[in-house]
Design a protein around this ligand. Sequence first.
Ligand code: PMV
Length: 333
Amino acid sequence: MKVRASAPTKVTLFGEHAVVYGFPALVMAIQKRVEVTASKTSDGVVRIELPELSSIGLKLEIRNGEVEIKKVQNALKHASYVVETIKELQKRANQSCGAKIMVKSKLPAGVGLGTSAAVIEAVGLAYSTLLGITMDKKEIAQLAKHVETLVQGKSSGMDASIISQGGIGLFRLENETPVLQRLEAKEIPIVIAYIKKVIPTGEAVARVKAIFEKHKDITETIFEAICAITEKATRKILENDLNSLGELMNLNHGLLCSLGVSNLRLEQLIHLARDAGALGSKITGAGFGGSIVCLLKNEESAKNVCQVLKPFCDGVFLAKRDNIGAQVQIIGS
Ligand code: PMV
């Protein structure tokens, strides 16, 4: 059996960091997909290749639950996400099968655009299909949250939810349970630029927590203001009021800066974008490097901002919304 699976990546438009404390975040799936092809093999070994997700490419083999890594230098956490996904599915199904799995990504890992959850969901759908298990969107999102928690310690499940469903939605943790309310909104012109992260997400969240614990009264007010911005942005996106949305992005960015998650290179990108005509721009994701998101009035203005940002970042693109989410199909017997 041969299968093809894929999952979109995502951008957080409003509310990151505050979402960890139970406040809402506005999040959108984007059409930069992680693509996986997988075929069953008869020797019981799971062979995995991730040519684009580390700077030199990576090859792994899982034999009787033991992982053998063929090329490790500079290997990113993505190997662990894949390995834990396969092991978790083998455990749940109480069976295993040999497979050759190829993972390709349109985006680099670790820039705050959800490649981890996308890798887990695409690999999870592909391998579960080879095992003869059908997983619906809710189940694949739960698997992704679980594997993210195993690998990185904690996960709100935000990426997992939007990546499985696609589209745009308001995400919130309700009593620690991820709830995604999808929205019917028009497509908005968005540009995303990324650079390397200086510290991983877990550490960024820990640094914000340290500030929160030291200055609880003030930080709570900041999170409440971010929440008010996110809720207003949700209304404005439904009204397609781009000017207000841009202003709200700038306000959200200011509050993220106050939490200490910006840095010089991110500020350079933010201000270059605004000077080049962006209606608003902000950090997206955990900060300390990673990505920024800019709102433009139209596609022409978006292309211009891409040109301006290009020399100052590792990648920049006009982001299109993905409305499909994670999916799998059988392509051969
Ligand atoms: O890992 P990133 O950069 O996509 O962003 C994490 C977003 C946070 O709100 C900071 C953490 C979380 O779990 O939601």
